[in-house]
Design a protein around this ligand. Sequence first.
Ligand SMILES: [Fe+2]
Length: 273
Amino acid sequence: MGPANSAGPHAHGSAPAPESIRLVQISDAHFGRDPNFEFDGVNPRRSLACLIGQIRREEAGMDAILATGDLSHDASPESYIALREALQPLEAPVFCIPGNHDDPETMQRYLTGGRVVCPQAAQLGDWHLIFLSTYLQGSQGGRLGTRRLAALDAALSAWPQRHALIAMHHPPVPIGSPWMDAMGLEDSEDFFAVLDRHPQVRGVLWGHIHQEVETQRNGVGLWGAPSTCVQFKPGATRYERDDRAAGHRRLILCSDGRIRTRVVRQGSGDAQA
Ligand SMILES: [Fe+2]
C-alpha cells in the first residue's frame, strides 16, 4: 500500500466536537474535454461549480474532500486540468480515486496539484482513510485483484488501533438496479473477507451509481453517493435519469468510531447534519 500520506486536521471553529473529523464526499463529476459537453442534458462543469459553492458555504471547517471516481468522462488531460482548477476553491485537501471512466495515469499526471492529490491513504485524527482503486482496464465494472487486496490487508494490519474508512469507486454490494449491479465490484467476496479480519473498519464509501445508498454489513456502514451531475433512478432495470438534484455526502467521523453521514442535495439549504 506504500507510505501513508499524513494530513493532520486543521483548526476549525464550527465542528460539532473537537475530536471529530469532517469529510465531504463528491463523486462522478464526469468532466469532458469540451467545456460544453453535456451528460444527458447536464453540463458537469456548471453543475460542479454550483455544488462547490454550496460546499464552501455549508461545510466550512471540513478536514478533507473525497472524490470517488469518474472524475473525467473521457479521461482527457483537458478534463483533468479543468477539474483541478474547479477544485481549487475548496479549502481542504481533495483525495481522488479513479473510476471506470478515468485513466489512472492521465489522472495522476494532470489532476494532481495544489490541494488535489491521489494518495493511497491518509491519517486524520484517530482515523485511517484508505483510498482503493477498483480500476479494471476495458471494463465498466471493477476488481481489486490479489495485489490490491493484499495491500489493503497489510495497511489494515499496520494500523489496528485506528478506525478505518475505505473509499473506492465501485459498490461492493448490489444496489437493486440490475443494469448497475452488472458492473459492480467483481471480487466483493474477497474484499469482505479482508474486512472481516479487521474489526477497526467502520465504513466503506463508493460512487459509480449516481444515487444515494445506505446499508450495512456486520456493523460496517456501507454508503453510496450521488453524482455531482446526472442522477440515476433507483431500482431502474436499465439506464434512466432521475430528476433529483446533484449532491454530496457529508460525513462526521467521531473519535469513538461512529460515523454520522447524510447526503445533502444542491439547493436544499441544509446547513447542518
Ligand atoms: Fe459515473
